[in-house]
Design a protein around this ligand. Structure first.
Ligand code: PHE
Length: 334
């Protein structure tokens, strides 16, 4: 057999084995035995020395061409095999949850999640967009930019949980969603009509009416010519959209450093009783200035309230702790 015949035989054999290699490991084996250091093609190359110079040149060239061709074929095959193996792995790792979902009432959204989604729906229906911000905040966003001067007693209204990071007192778990107002104002040109739902944290012991980790939703409107009437009207519209037409709302004077004037708002039930829901007010000019908005040109209002309290009231539950004990007999009811 001439060397050219031998080359053709090795090449045919290698082509067939490459095309059929069922796994990456099998492919590696074919590459090792043909193209590898001790492979058949390398062996052939070593024998070139026995040929006369003319023949050596043409056979050498042919061997190199076969090496290039097989190398390219091996690369293609490897690519295909790797993709197939990956797909297979992903299929095998997939969790099939259809049985759980079809077979039981487990696997529905938590009461609080349902409330957040309903609230977003109501506000989107009133023309608001939804924004979010970080749960770990700086003192600047949670207090400073909101017109709480350092050492101001109003900071004591919030039992703040500080994070041991950076300068002492610099990093904290946000105590309210109002820092998201600041972030939205910093990054958005008015007009702004946004609500900002999210998780908030206070150093509180859980009892029937308090949880240390809870949710709030913040509303912020900044535009030309916005007045307290717009605030009262928006809260009332929201009340009727969320609770029903027989409910109404009222404002009571209050104090927050970031709004002036400030108010608390209550929901009035059809039987005349009240639910104290949250705080609100006209955005303080200092806050607008802190966020790069000219208070001579724009004015606005903000409001914020706790979502858990709202959700349990609507659902007729009298202890907030029920929400977090994860008792399925409780959870299944909603
Ligand atoms: N952030 C305030 C709180 O948690 C509520 C609030 C929001 C008050 C917006 C006024 C305006 O106590």
């Amino acid at each position: 057999m001439t060397m050219m015949d031998e080359l053709a035989r090795i090449a045919d054999d290698a082509r067939a084995r490459l095309a059929e290699a069922p796994t990456v490991d099998a492919l590696d084996e074919v590459v090792r035995t043909t193209l590898g250091k001790k492979g058949s093609l390398k062996g052939l190359k070593r024998e070139l020395g026995r040929l006369d110079p003319d023949e050596r040149k043409s056979v050498g060239q042919a061997v190199n061409d076969v090496i290039d061709e097989l190398q390219a074929a091996a690369d293609d095959r490897r690519h295909d095999l790797e993709r197939a193996e990956r797909t297979e792995r992903l299929q095998a790792d997939r969790l099939d949850l259809t049985e759980v979902m079809a077979g039981s009432r487990a696997g529905h959204l938590h009461l609080v999640t349902q409330a957040i989604m309903e609230l977003e729906d109501v506000f989107v229906g009133l023309g608001f967009t939804v924004a979010e911000g970080p749960e770990v905040e700086t003192d600047h966003y949670n207090f400073g930019a909101l017109n709480f001067p350092e050492g101001h007693p109003a900071r004591d209204m919030y039992d703040t949980l500080y994070v041991d990071f950076g300068e002492p007192g610099h990093t904290l778990l946000r105590t309210h969603t109002s820092p998201v107002q600041v972030r939205v104002m910093e990054t958005t040109e008015p007009p702004i009509y946004s609500v900002m739902p999210g998780r908030t944290f206070r150093q509180d012991t859980a009892d029937a009416t308090h949880l240390p980790v809870f949710h709030q939703i913040e509303g912020l409107v900044i535009d030309r010519g916005i007045t307290l009437t717009d605030l009262a009207g928006t809260i009332d519209r929201f009340t009727k959209a969320y609770f029903g037409g027989a409910f109404s709302s009222r404002l009571r004077p209050s104090y927050f450093p970031f709004t002036e004037p400030s108010a608390e708002f209550d929901i009035i039930r059809p039987d005349g009783s009240f639910l104290e829901l949250g705080g609100c007010g006209m955005v303080h000019p200092n806050v607008l200035r802190n966020c790069g908005i000219d208070p001579e040109e724009f004015s606005g209002f903000a409001f914020g309230f706790g979502i858990e309290r709202l959700a349990v009231t609507k659902a007729g539950v009298d202890d907030l702790r029920e929400l977090i004990t994860n008792d399925v007999r409780f959870l299944r009811q909603f």
